[in-house]
Design a protein around this ligand. Structure first.
Ligand SMILES: Cc1cc2nc3c(=O)[nH]c(=O)nc-3n(C[C@H](O)[C@H](O)[C@H](O)COP(=O)(O)OP(=O)(O)OC[C@H]3O[C@@H](n4cnc5c(N)ncnc54)[C@H](O)[C@@H]3O)c2cc1C
Length: 541
């Protein structure tokens, strides 16, 4: 707060999702004095509600080929190149996976195999594993939950999977390690201008204390996702809307409901899209939907959306999933950019655009996807540097290991387990969420043995992890801790309810809250989680 309100920055990045955190890191690494502001928490919007795929998008490649759309082809190619950087820069948070597309006719088997071979070819040197055809027997061995009726086999291809919320936090952490200033719960509400009309300051409301302050910078970058039009209009009320948000939801089920390590791609939905069922951190993640946002849109998973997902997936399963098996869910808004000639949001190209408003100097980075966040940031900071000094310096993020990646290898969880005599599940959890930074959490637990206790009986999340995230990762609320920092809310809404009181206690201890403030925070969070359960007709136990 002191730095934010007194210093003059080269760049002020507004929005701490994937795009903004990527921009901030890129700017700071190029030597630009950068500040990153988010109105809520880092990764609290779309950037923690994704399907968690680091991918070019096989569906987008199909659309590009069928529609002879060069723009869409270029987008897939760029994303496949970015996939490699994303996996290499944070191996604790992202990994390569096999995806299977089940086929029920030889014609389709041929079609998908040719398609996936093209996908491999577009990835070029960055391809993860070669795609191949699997016989019916091989398919059922690898995916025993698949229905065998009429099955000819499957086409296997490769893509990446990642922990989106933690990846965002690792970008923020890396930015701070590089000397940047980051603030969450800091909402930009207005701009100040120089006499020539160019933006010179952003009025910021510290949502926690209610205080207002001015952040001075030479250039402002708007990376607010679906909020982009609001910031654009604060800068220049004459600008027309560009964003066309679409809602997408996911459901999570126990992993046992669909055993196996590989992810399933359901190639046809009733609205001509694809959906995924992917093993993810001991769960099965099923999604997503794609619905244009209307004034009536609510940011919760609704019954009709859950029913839609089950209706698309269940015909492919030996034992259909039931709504009462849902353990948690996610809802998010895609920051799509409007294109005149397309009517459905599912047809909008997931490409990005860097927009400069000449009147105010505001640079807005619009659209894109998680997988291309680094490239989006590179394009944005190139533009900002060109505007600031005319000279563009080399981007350094292609091979910049993120926080927790230095010294990490596949055997790190085992190393941690042995070095500190940890239970295997705890070592695995800490290594997968924090990489080599996990050592700092274990050391906290050694200093204060009562912090070795778990916050929910069935989950490997210990009190020391909560303390670490409050002290070093700017967690301000129970939701920051349970939804994004530790992932408990994703794994189970019920476990999140169980953990809320002890997490509330630890947060209150670190923040110096009184009992009333603590109890109100626990009650508010618990109410929210109960409402998610109620929405889907699920009970609390
Ligand atoms: C259902 C779904 C599935 C997806 N699946 C994938 C996938 O598998 N792979 C993939 O690559 N992409 C995927 N995406 C796309 C990807 O998640 C998004 O493109 C990406 O997260 C957008 O990041 P962002 O930073 O631009 O926006 P956001 O994550 O929305 O962040 C914008 C931030 O701006 C902040 N903000 C807003 N207004 C202000 C203000 N006034 N002051 C300060 N801060 C402000 C918000 O608090 C927010 O944190 C998916 C998206 C959805 C919704």
């Amino acid at each position: 707060m002191a730095a934010a309100s007194t210093e003059t920055f080269d760049i002020c990045v507004i929005g701490g999702g994937a795009t903004g955190a990527g921009c901030a890191l890129d700017g700071q690494l190029r030597g630009l004095h950068t500040i990153l502001l988010d109105a809520v928490d880092f990764a609290s919007a779309a950037s923690s509600a994704s399907t968690k795929l680091v991918h070019g998008g096989v569906r987008y490649l199909e659309q590009a080929v069928k529609g002879l759309n060069l723009e869409e082809y270029r987008m897939v190619k760029n994303a496949l190149r970015e996939r490699r950087y994303m996996l290499a820069n944070a191996p604790h948070l992202a990994h390569a996976s096999h995806f299977l597309v089940p086929v029920y006719s030889w014609r389709k088997a041929f079609y998908y195999l040719v398609g996936m071979k093209m996908y491999d070819a577009v990835a070029g040197k960055g391809n993860l594993f070669p795609s191949s055809f699997l016989s019916c027997k091989e398919t059922l061995q690898r995916m025993p939950g698949l229905s065998a009726t009429g099955l000819r086999g499957a086409v296997s291809y490769s893509d990446g999977q990642f922990d989106d919320a933690r990846y965002d936090l690792a970008l923020v952490d890396s930015f701070v390690e590089a000397g940047g200033t980051a603030m969450n719960y800091a909402r930009v509400t207005a701009f100040e201008r120089a006499t020539n009309g160019a933006l010179s300051g952003a009025l910021v409301r510290d949502v926690v204390s209610g205080r207002e302050f001015l952040v001075r910078a030479r250039k402002f970058v708007n990376a607010t996702g679906t909020g982009a039009d609001k910031i654009r209009k604060l800068a220049n009320p004459h600008l027309a809307d560009r964003m066309r948000p679409s809602k997408g939801v996911h459901l999570l089920f126990p992993a046992e409901t669909f055993p196996g390590k590989d992810a399933l791609l359901v190639p046809h939905t009733e609205d001509e899209r694809v959906i995924f069922a992917v093993p993810w951190q001991g769960r099965l993640l099923v999604g997503t939907t794609d619905d244009e946002v209307s004034p009536a849109t609510r940011m919760v998973v609704q019954k009709n959306e859950a029913n839609y997902l089950l209706r698309q997936l269940n015909p492919y399963l030996k034992i259909p999933l039931r709504p009462d098996q849902v353990v948690s869910g996610l809802a998010g808004l895609r920051p799509l950019v409007a294109v005149q000639h397309h009517t459905e949001t599912s047809r909008l190209i997931r490409d990005h655009e860097v927009e400069l408003d000449r009147a105010s100097g505001l640079i807005s980075i619009l659209g894109g996807k998680w997988t291309t966040h680094r490239l989006m940031a590179e394009d944005t900071i190139d533009k900002a540097q060109r505007e600031l000094s005319g000279a563009v310096s080399p981007c350094k993020t292609k091979d910049h290991p993120l926080s927790g990646a230095a010294g990490y290898n596949d055997g790190f969880a085992r190393e941690l387990e042995k070095e500190y005599a940890l239970p295997a599940d705890l070592a695995h959890h800490l290594a997968g969420k924090f990489g080599t930074q996990a050592r700092r959490i274990v050391r906290l637990a050694q200093e204060m043995p009562e912090w070795k206790a778990r916050v929910a009986a069935a989950l490997p999340v210990i009190r020391a992890e909560i303390i670490y995230c409050v002290r070093y990762e700017m967690a301000e609320t129970i939701e920051d801790l349970l939804a994004r920092r530790t992932g408990v809310q994703m794994i189970s809404w019920r476990a999140a309810l169980e953990a809320a009181p002890s997490v509330g206690n630890l947060l209150a201890r670190e923040k110096g809250w009184d009992a009333q403030t603590r109890d109100a925070a626990v009650a508010e969070y618990s109410r929210k989680i109960r409402s998610y359960l109620q929405e889907l007709g699920l009970n609390e136990s």
